[in-house]
Design a protein around this ligand. Structure first.
Ligand SMILES: Nc1nc2c(ncn2[C@@H]2O[C@H](COP(=O)(O)OP(=O)(O)O)[C@@H](O)[C@H]2O)c(=O)[nH]1
Ligand SMILES: [Mg+2]
Length: 698
């Protein structure tokens, strides 16, 4: 394997809605560039990047994987990312280490929920993007309709640099608007094409589209604009340079046309990646220096070696596999390295290049390139590796917080320890899950992004670590709060022979704004409670509030002020004041009008407009509040806020109601009060559950 200089590399994240053809496209790229002999198919489970057993079985990408192609002497690293809403952590990680994104869009459905999410995530990072309009061979595929939704939803600067030749099952190739060359393909998936002049019936359309492209490019470049007004047009060279500049600056987003299954337009896409997308040299990588100030690091191999870890794979046999981007310098095999995030030494054995699951050992990996290493001991995702003396660190990937928890139970008793060990490993691999034990019910809780995410995690647990668990119904993370301010009194007094116990406090409780959590204020003057016992009062209140009052959910969004109390010279101690605090809390709750809060989700539903009425009715029935509705071509987008408790079965409903043509995305928005009749049910359920659980010691 060759070693590539940073200037000859393109790091590209392949993102977009599930089913748009990202994995198939990656497969076509690897086949057309001669990296693999066989043209792998998603439908046969033979692609390079969906290699995981779970992915093959479900025919869906569940985690990002890395592949690379050589094209025109450039190395193109491709990160094939998942597109399903439950698995966006890896999409974020992929965008984080890429210099550009291919946003793949299905030419039949146009922009979908996850296309928008991917676009937003790329925008946050100011990433240059190529839009790949794929599946143009399908019935009802349309460049025109797709352009409407792309311009309206993503950005008005999405502009075709090609036009498709032929439609639907007669899709045969593309006309390059810059060079005005027509590429007509064989339909045998071989990727063989002939080059010729623009078909006569397309010349007017090509002229108009080329004009629109030139205007878009000139709009972003004053010099080109002047030239354009003077001469009325631009030369090919000017257009290419201008397009590369505007694309690199994420001001213009060129669109290309493909069919990843028939293998049409894929090589022209590769040409466009090389011509218009930046190399690592063009995009210095953001970091922070010792003082925490923002800085950048050039992809310069003469700079100190520094690498950023974007993904970790937990393999029970091979151990940890750490995937990184070499930001600067050169990493060498069989060398020592420093983990700056954890301040610990690491030892590199083999350095690896990855083609899906195939690993090739290499002596070194240079600045700008993506690679991997096995068996590091402390290193986790988002860590910075490099020279100990080099003061740079790279910012962590922003992963989505888990939204939902399921209780899990081992099928065979005694597997609990095995579960914990395996879950720790899976947490390293997937930062969007969380594993913990409920302090009240003692249940093992698995938090994730949704039902499918939890199911896949449980499947991994079984397949990789041999632990079988039962999934119990999901748990809604309710909270409690208060609606009224009040004063309260707590006194703990015990006189049993020798030393007694005495603690006494007066507190004021008052509601705070949503999201403020908890505040404790010490307002004791004149020593009515000695200094050293005030923390004990706070501890007592803290303990009591985490156990809740109505249904055992943590109480939030209120302030407690301790303002008075009394003590006994001999009998007062910490324990007594802790108990007094907790008694005062309970006393306060009898008058503070406690209530239950539930998480409300922001929900976005995409579906063909015919279904809009029914879907809105259904969301209303789920106690949802419709926040807006939009049509985009043939699709309607509904935005709503719906309690999480009502969304647990939504996936199944949407699929059956729309025949699989609808999709949705949800994320946590805020907490809101649960209606009274629902509260009664929650309280009853909590009582029943607690009766079943072990009684906890106070
Ligand atoms: N007709 C047609 N089907 C495609 C095309 N690209 C992908 N597919 C199919 O669409 C489905 C989803 O493709 P996949 O690559 O897994 O999509 P991903 O979720 O974006 O990775 C598979 O059944 C593919 O065979 C295309 O250009 N034309
Ligand atoms: Mg995929």
């Amino acid at each position: 394997m060759k070693v590539y200089d940073a200037g000859t590399i393109r790091n590209v994240a392949v993102v977009g809605h599930s089913g748009s053809g990202k994995t198939q496209l990656t497969s076509a790229i690897l086949s057309d560039s001669g990296m693999v002999n066989r043209f792998g198919k998603v439908d046969d489970g033979t692609t390079v990047t969906d290699f995981d057993e779970e992915e093959v079985a479900r025919k869906h990408t569940l985690s990002a994987s890395l592949a690379h192609a050589e094209w025109n002497k450039q190395k193109i690293n491709l990160i094939d990312a998942p597109g399903m809403g439950n698995f966006l952590a890896d999409m974020r990680a992929a965008l984080h280490v890429a210099d550009a994104a291919l946003v793949v869009v299905d030419a039949v459905s146009g922009v979908m929920v996850q296309t928008e999410k991917a676009w937003e995530a790329a925008s946050e990072l100011s990433l240059p993007r190529l839009v790949v309009l794929n599946r143009l061979d399908r019935e009802r595929a349309s460049l025109e309709r797709s352009m409407t939704s792309l311009r309206e939803t993503l950005n008005r600067a999405v502009v075709p640099i090609q036009l498709p030749i032929g439609e639907e099952k007669n899709f045969r190739g593309v006309v390059d608007l810059v060079t005005r060359k027509a590429y007509t393909f064989q339909t045998d998936e071989s990727g063989k094409f002939s080059e010729g002049a623009v078909p006569a019936d397309m010349t007017a359309a090509v002229d108009a589209a080329r004009e629109a492209l030139i205007e878009m490019v000139a709009e972003n470049d004053e010099k080109l604009m002047e030239k354009f007004f003077e001469a009325g047009t631009l030369t090919d060279e000017e257009l290419i340079a201008g397009l590369r500049g505007a694309t690199g600056a994420a001001k213009v987003f060129p669109l290309v046309c493909t069919s990843a299954t028939v293998n049409i337009g894929v090589q022209q896409l590769l040409d466009a990646i090389v011509a218009y997308l930046p190399s690592p040299v063009d995009r210095p990588y953001p970091g922070v220096d010792k003082s925490g100030a923002e800085t950048i690091r050039e992809a310069d191999e003469k700079k100190p070696a520094a690498a950023f870890v974007w993904k970790t794979i937990a393999d029970p046999f091979a151990g940890r596999i750490t995937m990184f981007r070499v930001v600067s310098g050169t990493l060498k095999a069989d060398s020592n390295c420093h983990n700056k995030t954890r301040d610990s030494g690491e030892r590199f054995g083999h350095l690896l290049l990855l083609q899906g699951k195939t690993q090739t050992s290499v002596p070194e990996i240079k600045a700008g390139d993506l690679g991997a290493v096995a068996k590091l001991k402390d290193t986790l995702t988002s860590d910075t590796l490099g020279d100990k003396s080099d003061p740079i660190a790279f910012p962590a990937v922003k992963f989505p917080e888990p939204v939902l928890a399921y209780a899990i139970e081992p099928k065979s008793r005694g597997d609990e320890d095995k579960i914990s060990t395996a879950m720790r490993r899976l947490e390293e691999e997937d930062p969007s899950i969380r594993y913990s034990r409920d302090p009240q019910t003692k249940e093992l809780l698995l938090y994730g992004q949704g039902q499918l995410h939890i199911e896949v995690t449980v499947a991994k647990l079984k397949r990789r670590f041999g632990v079988d668990v039962i999934l119990k119904p999901p748990r809604i993370p309710y909270r409690e709060t208060i609606k009224a301010a009040t004063e309260a009194h707590g006194r703990h007094k015990k006189q049993t022979g020798g030393h007694g116990q005495f603690g006494d406090c007066k507190i004021k409780v008052e509601p705070l704004a949503r999201g403020s959590d908890f505040e404790f204020v010490d307002d004791i003057f004149g020593g009515s409670i000695p200094r050293q016992f005030v923390p004990a009062v706070e501890k007592g209140i803290q303990d009591a509030r985490t156990r809740g009052y109505l249904a055992g959910y943590p109480m939030v969004d209120f302030r407690v002020t301790v303002f008075d109390g009394s003590y006994h010279d001999v009998d007062s101690n910490e324990l007594s004041f802790k108990l007094a605090g907790s008694l005062a809390f309970k006393d306060a709750m009898t008058r503070a009008r406690p209530t239950i809060l539930e998480p409300i989700m922001n929900v976005e539903v995409y579906a063909p407009s015919d279904f809009a009425g029914d879907l809105m009715g259904d969301l209303n029935g789920r106690r949802g509040r419709i926040a807006g509705m939009d049509t985009r071509g043939p699709m309607t987008v509904i935005k709503a806020q719906v309690p999480m408790a009502e969304m647990l079965t939504y996936e199944q409903h949407l699929t059956s109601a729309t025949g699989g043509r609808g999709s949705y995305h949800m994320e946590y928005s805020h907490y809101d009060e649960v209606p009274a009749h629902q509260q009664t049910k929650i309280i009853a359920a909590a009582k029943a559950e607690r009766a079943g659980a072990e009684v906890e010691e106070v």
